[in-house]
Design a protein around this ligand. Structure first.
Ligand SMILES: [Zn+2]
Length: 409
């Protein structure tokens, strides 16, 4: 056992910092590792050599700014990670390696009324099928990231009562899936995973301060501060959908009135079009109609954008992110929704908070959450998970503001 502060524990801590930086970026030059970890070039060079000897990383010659450089990435066989994303109407699973390659991915529709047990049965079957499709046994899996559409209680790991899937309240999703798969499972809500997905793989790459706003059935946000997801002590940070816009407005599923979500959630938007657009409508269909020039659908989307923008303005005044990334089904409307959001932000945010801000659509679409689930495992696993993973773990960890590493042997 290392004593804290000893030479060897310092070395292990530095090793872990280098590994974490490479894991999150996919691939970095040695100079970039030094910049992002704050370690000296000589220390980075020694650690990279050591990691290369153990087969944990691979080093390739590349060029950076016209100069020769060495790029470092994790070895593709350093371990397998699995992402599982439960949405309002879908289940999506991805299998990837630590070198950021997605090896298998599939999504299937689920019924909104599906019970938690049926949902986990489906997830278990899909994970097993994709692992065998990708040619990996389950003992190669370092961990599973699990996304659920609702807040996770930090103390109990149970899904909170404002979750979008009715009938799942009180269920402990991490424990359920972990028992079925006999794997370490990390759980987080879908908005945090969307933020992590866009940070690592999409529109937020290279940034350290951003907000991801998901607008679909519900409205939520994932906040990245200093390169880390900010969850708050209770795990509910980022609940932008429940900012009050009108105290006398409609009653929200959270129990308050006139929350942002009650004016921009899909059910409200579809209700607005009930009389003018008879027949089955979905949010995706509304977006399509708007893009084809339907005036009513355009108006509904523009008004939603203005409301979202006032929430984004509040968020910018408080957190001053560099970028706001819009995700969820409404983001597919592109400029039809982004332009009114920008107008509202210009109107309501403090100029200095908005000056360096860009508001963009996500680049991962419906894959943001499942890729974020892969990234969750990469961000939470410990160095031991990357180097010496040999066995299974059965505990699950609710990712809500605590540090935890995969319990591997
Ligand atoms: Zn609410």
């Amino acid at each position: 056992m290392d004593t804290p502060g000893s030479q060897s524990s310092l070395h292990r801590a530095n090793l872990e910092r280098v590994l974490r930086a490479v894991r999150m970026a996919g691939s970095l030059t040695q100079a970039e590792i030094a910049r992002s970890t704050g370690l000296s070039a000589a220390t980075v060079s020694n650690i990279v050599r050591e990691l290369k000897e153990t087969g944990t990383v691979v080093v390739a010659d590349t060029s950076s700014g016209g100069r020769r450089a060495r790029s470092v990435s994790l070895s593709g066989d350093a371990g397998i990670v699995v992402g599982v994303d439960f949405g309002h109407t879908h289940l999506r699973v991805a299998v990837g390696n630590l070198a950021h390659r997605v090896l298998a991915e599939e999504s299937e529709p689920i019924d909104t009324d599906v019970s938690a047990q049926q949902g986990f049965d489906r997830a278990e079957a899909l994970v097993e099928r994709l692992l065998s499709q990708a040619g990996f046994r389950s003992d190669k899996v370092i961990g599973v990231g699990l996304g659920v559409p609702g807040p996770i209680d930090v103390e109990t790991g149970a899904l909170g009562s404002t979750a979008i899937l009715p009938g799942w309240t009180g269920v402990n999703p991490g424990r359920e899936l972990s028992q079925r798969l006999s794997m370490q499972v990390y759980v987080d809500n879908d908005a945090n995973l969307g933020a992590l997905g866009e940070l690592v793989w999409g529109a937020g790459r290279g940034l350290s301060d951003l907000a991801y706003i998901k607008v679909a059935s519900g409205v939520g946000s994932g906040l990245v501060i200093n390169g880390q997801i900010y969850r708050g002590p209770g795990g509910t940070a980022g609940e932008i959908g429940h900012i009050t816009l009108d105290e006398a407005g409609p009653v929200c599923r959270c129990g308050n009135r006139g929350c942002l979500e009650t004016f921009v959630g899909s059910r409200y938007l579809l209700n607005l079009l009930n009389a003018s657009h008879p027949g089955e409508l979905t949010l995706t269909k509304v977006v399509q109609l708007a893009q084809q020039g339907d005036l009513g659908c355009r108006r509904v989307i523009a008004d939603a954008g203005r409301q979202i923008g006032s929430g984004v303005a509040t968020l910018c005044n408080l957190l001053n992110p560099r970028r706001v990334i819009l995700g969820g089904e409404l983001a597919e409307a592109g400029e039809l929704v982004l332009s009114p959001i920008r107008d509202s932000v210009a109107r309501y945010a403090i100029p200095s908070a908005a000056r360096q801000l860009s508001i963009v659509p996500g680049t991962l679409g419906g894959r943001a959450e499942v890729l974020g689930a892969l990234a969750l495992v990469m961000s939470e696993m410990g160095e031991s998970g990357a180097i010496r993973h040999t066995g299974l773990a059965s505990a699950s960890t609710a990712r809500a503001g605590r540090t935890g590493v995969a319990e591997v042997v």
